[in-house]
Design a protein around this ligand. Structure first.
Ligand SMILES: [Zn+2]
Length: 363
């Protein structure tokens, strides 16, 4: 195997103390305080021959255990064992104090500080690329955000508009993007119809805030800003693309597919600052990797693919979404190796090593 330094552009280390106690963890709410209940159910299901259900519960248990780890360091240790020791991880915090479920035990400042301490850790610090995060409703003048970047040396910004704000929120347009563009800092943003959502936010508005087109005003105003739309449009839109037999005839992901839209926007050449990552989505590996491989021109060398493919190749980033992926069947390591096999060494190297360096602005 040739030498390669992987940068995983999308990981999470935040834990239960960064999440409001009232927030229902997907389907996990009743289990939140009773993780052993999941174990008990899992055994019960196995006993009555419901193996698939038992396996699912086992994965839920693993996910739950991860959120219950008491520190970002403990989660990082779990993550690092899946990768070669020189791998770097972009760590994306979550700001969950302003989306309608009350305040988490630990503040945003605490979360940033703990991540900064991890970055300084002599053993594992070199593997951490810390990003700062902001919800403009919680930090309207971006004071905490810039404390983390200017004061703690964070390397980029993560936003999550699905929590209830538009990407072109005037507070972001005034206090965040101009200085990011000036300093050459990358922006990571959640782009899928799933995930966390503001308590009072309708699905319609959550999708309007998350839609790739919602970034057009930002890209027009800040053409040099490098924006990564995470998840390449997300599970729902990939599922709709792969199987166009409509289960629900009016579902938006068929009418207005974000995976197609992201490819079109990138390949148009009109948005040079637009990037995407394959995190989470590609953990449904067998279903989606043949499509990804084709979109990226198979294993043909760069000079043999057309301009659009070349452009797309240069704008896709490797990321996993650990530990969200603990709910999936394949491990990080399993996906990483399969991806490397399926895309071929050159394309894998491009999305996992070369593109991240460009996106992070390290050149
Ligand atoms: Zn994520």
């Amino acid at each position: 195997m040739s030498d390669i330094r992987i940068t995983n552009c999308h990981t999470h280390l935040f834990h239960s103390k960064h999440v409001p106690v009232n927030y229902p963890y997907w389907a996990l709410r009743p289990f939140k305080r009773m993780p052993l209940l999941i174990k008990g159910l899992e055994r019960g299901m196995a006993l009555i021959g419901q193996q698939p259900v038992a396996e699912k519960l086992s994965r839920l248990y693993r996910f739950q255990q991860e959120t219950q780890e008491g520190s970002q360091r403990a989660i990082l240790d779990n993550l690092r064992q899946h990768y070669p020791s020189n791998t770097r991880f972009v760590v994306l915090p979550m700001e969950l104090s302003a989306f309608g479920y009350g305040k988490p035990v630990l503040s945003m400042r605490d979360q940033h500080d703990e991540l900064a301490a991890l970055r300084r850790d002599p053993d594992v610090g070199a593997s951490v690329i810390p990003f700062a995060t902001i919800d403009p409703r919680a930090d309207p003048r971006a004071t905490e955000l810039w404390r983390a970047i200017d004061g703690l040396g964070f390397k980029g910004v993560k936003i999550y508009p699905r929590l209830g704000f538009a990407p072109d929120d005037p507070r972001l347009m005034a206090h965040v993007y101009p200085k990011m563009e000036e300093l050459g800092l990358p922006l990571m943003t959640h782009c899928s119809r799933g995930g966390v959502q503001g308590r009072t936010l309708s699905d319609h508005w959550a999708d309007r805030y998350t839609d790739p087109e919602a970034y057009i005003p930002v890209m027009k105003a800040f053409p040099k800003l490098r924006i990564c739309l995470a998840h390449f449009g997300g599970q729902k839109d990939w599922a709709a693309y792969v199987n166009p037999d409509r289960v629900t005839p009016f579902a938006d992901e068929y009418r207005d597919n974000w995976q197609i839209k992201i490819r079109k926007m990138i390949c148009s050449g009109k948005y040079p600052g637009l990037w995407t990552d394959i995190s989470y989505t590609l953990f449904h590996f067998e279903d989606y990797v043949p499509f990804l491989r084709l979109f990226l021109g198979g294993e043909a060398p760069d000079q043999d693919v057309d301009e659009e493919t070349k452009l797309l190749r240069s704008r896709v980033l490797f990321g996993s979404d650990f530990y969200m992926t603990r709910q999936e069947e394949l491990s990080e390591r399993a996906v990483c190796f399969r991806l490397r096999n399926a895309l071929g060494e050159d394309v894998f190297r491009q999305i996992a090593e070369e593109n991240p360096v460009q996106w992070l602005g390290e050149v």
